[in-house]
Design a protein around this ligand. Structure first.
Ligand code: ADP
Length: 646
């Protein structure tokens, strides 16, 4: 490559001219000349030529002295040394001082031209090599940096996504952003879902005052622009810009977003002091970090949400007075609140994960667990804790969880009920004796002397009233007994046989009222229950169907089985029940007040007894009725399990 600068240092004009005019200029080199050693050395220092052609013998500073001076200054410029014939020693010295080549005077121009070419080729090669090395080093440095950044990004990303504490994640993200982009400051803004404002949630190196003030509205800042476009923003022109009230030389804002939530925040780095402008490489880095950060933040947010919900639930469960046990589908305890632990006298710790059946010994509860496993519906039972309290236990299957067992303390209600029943029983019992006496004397009245018609009529009224009071007392006693009985005496029997007997018993009364009594006995599965109590249920229903009927009407009794249940229906063609009375007829003492029922005697307790008894058997009773057309009472009772023994 021509154009290189060659300095000739020689005191001979002739030699300088030959070299310059015949060799260097035709070859396109740029020529510099010096006519003595001192001038030559000065020019070497000042012009830093590509090649020096140096004569040895010069007045003043010799060629060797120039070489020494160059070495002292550590000037690495190639030199062609010219000596007179016979001074080989000098040549050796010159080589030691670093000359490249050496030409003996007088020389032929081609010889000098070759030497120059050799020296400069070497220079060029070295320069190219140096350039190449520099380029390689630069590439290597960049590669190393990228590797480091990638490494940093990877480990930051990993440490962030494994972290579930939202505040920690926020701080780490900003610190990583500042570290990766070598920024002055970093900040992280998140959208406040309630106010719609972007809120500063974490910052690095941002002064406190600013951090407090930074509460920017989405509509009017660069942040808003990024937020709306979802694209990163780079300001790198070096012109200070006012951003959120501060002068910033360079800035990157990268959106924080996930596919589900869209853009929900922004990660920013700024250079306020530093002159360095961010590059597109920094943008890529920050965006990569923002992607990691978005996932980490979303994870942490979801975790925090679930944690909050869990803590709330835990607090509610802890504080609630009702016992709650949450079970998995295998009936292992997932959660048990203190009320449940106290109620069932469970050990205070180490019960989570254990089988409920292994921890709970109460038979009613064990039976409830067993039933719940058979059919996926809610089962409930009254649980008596020996020597302790009474709970209403409800076991409900919950999709995706397992089961929830609720224990409601009904001890006090039970006690009240017991006191009331006891009171009723005592009063009824105490009324019986005087009633019997009154009736006895009324019966005697006619026998001790003749009564006039009016007296006879009065006696009849007294007798009817006594019968009514006696029925009332008897019903009250019965209801009291049903409610006071803790466990009904149960046995396996055929309900259809009981119904058959009851229907038979009513045939005469029905005939008297000119009523058709329909009943067809169909064999049914066994039922587990109290035959005496269920007989009273059927009696009450048929008795009502006859009482509230009209001459010439009908009463139809049926009993069938369906899906493990026995369904008994007592229908009549009677007066029916007005809709406003329907919700109350199973209440104690409730009687529909209508002209048609005025003459019909009753206590208002029959259906209360029916309902109480049916429920004690785990069944249900209800009525459908139309005034003027008739009523149908339906009783559903569970049939005994197949294979059950009496
Ligand atoms: P009662 O002793 O008055 O018959 P119940 O408890 O047996 O008491 O019935 C409550 C009320 O329900 C009755 O007073 C009556 O008004 C109504 N009722 C019961 N059964 C029938 C029926 N088969 N038809 C019409 N009304 C009925």
């Amino acid at each position: 490559m021509a154009g290189e600068r060659v300095l000739i240092i020689d005191d001979s004009n002739e030699v300088r001219d030959i070299i310059a005019n015949l060799i260097l200029e035709p070859a396109g080199y740029r020529v510099l000349t010096a006519s003595n050693g001192a001038e030559g050395f000065r020019m070497v220092v000042e012009t830093q030529p590509d090649l020096v052609i140096l004569d040895e013998q010069m007045p003043g500073m010799t060629g060797i002295q120039v070489l020494r001076a160059m070495r002292e200054q550590n000037l690495q410029i190639p030199v062609i040394f010219m000596t007179a014939f016979g001074s080989e020693d000098l040549a050796v010295q010159a080589f030691r001082l670093g000359v490249r080549d050496y030409v003996i005077k007088p020389f032929e121009p081609p010889e000098m031209a070759r030497a120059i070419d050799r020296a400069l080729t070497e220079v060029r090669l070295r320069r190219e090599r140096d350039q190449l090395v520099a380029q390689l080093e630069e590439a290597n440095r960049r590669l190393q940096q990228q590797l480091q950044e990638l490494n940093a990004l990877y480990s930051i990303g990993r440490s962030m996504t494994s972290q579930l504490d939202l505040e920690v994640v926020l701080t780490r993200v900003v610190e990583a952003a500042v570290f990766l982009t070598r920024a002055d400051e970093g900040l992280l803004l998140l959208l406040d879902s309630e106010s719609g404002d972007l809120m500063l949630r974490a910052a690095k190196n941002v002064d406190e005052q600013r951090a407090r003030e930074l509460r920017v509205r989405v509509e009017d800042t660069l942040a808003a622009q990024v937020f709306h476009s979802g694209e990163p923003l780079l300001i790198a022109d070096g012109q200070p810009k006012v951003v959120t009230g501060y002068l910033v030389r360079s800035l990157i804002y990268a959106p924080l977003r996930t596919p589900e939530r869209g853009t929900f925040g922004l990660l920013g780095v700024t250079n306020r002091e530093r002159q360095r402008a961010f590059t597109s490489h920094d943008v890529r880095l920050l965006c990569a970090l923002a992607d990691y950060a978005a996932i980490a933040l979303e994870n942490a947010r979801l975790y925090e949400e679930t944690e909050t919900a869990r803590r709330k639930l835990e607090a509610v469960l802890r504080e609630t007075e009702e016992g709650v046990i949450i079970l998995d589908p295998e009936m292992r305890i997932l959660l048990c609140n203190p009320a449940a632990i106290a109620a069932l006298r469970l050990p205070a710790g180490g019960i989570v994960g254990r089988s409920a059946a292994a921890l709970i010994s109460n038979n009613t509860l064990l039976n409830l667990f067993w039933k719940a496993r058979q059919g996926r519906r809610t089962h409930s039972a009254e649980v008596w804790i020996p020597g302790g309290r009474i709970y209403n236990a409800q076991l409900t299957p919950v999709e995706g969880v397992g089961y929830v067992l609720m224990l409601q303390d009904i001890t006090q209600l039970k006690e009240l009920d017991r006191v009331k029943s006891e009171f009723l029983a005592t009063v009824s019992h105490d009324l019986r004796a005087p009633l019997t006496t009154v009736r006895g004397y009324v019966d005697l009245m006619e026998k001790v002397g003749p009564l006039n018609d009016q007296q006879r009529e009065f006696v009849e009224k007294v007798r009817r009233s006594i019968t009514h009071i006696a029925a009332l007392v008897s019903d009250l006693l019965e209801l009291g007994r049903i409610e006071a009985e803790r466990e009904l005496e149960m046995e396996l029997f055929h309900l259809e046989a009981v119904i058959d007997a009851v229907v038979d018993g009513f045939r005469t009364v029905a005939a008297e009222k000119k009523l058709e009594l329909r009943w067809e006995l169909i064999p049914l599965p066994l039922i587990r229950g109290n035959p005496h109590r269920l007989r009273r249920v059927i009696e009450n229903l048929i008795s009502n169907a006859i009482k509230y009927n009209r001459p010439g009407g009908w009463v139809a009794v049926s009993a069938v089985q369906r899906d493990g249940y026995i369904i008994v229906q007592v229908a009549d063609s009677g007066i029916g029940i007005p809709p406003e009375d329907l919700p109350h007829i199973f209440d104690r003492f409730y009687r529909a007040q209508r002209p048609e029922t005025e003459e019909i005697e009753g206590t208002g307790l029959g259906l209360a007894i029916v309902k109480s008894t049916v429920e004690r058997h785990g069944g249900r009773v209800w009525v459908e009725s139309r005034p003027g057309e008739g009523s149908t009472f339906t009783v559903v009772l569970p049939a005994a399990e197949e294979g059950a023994m009496s």
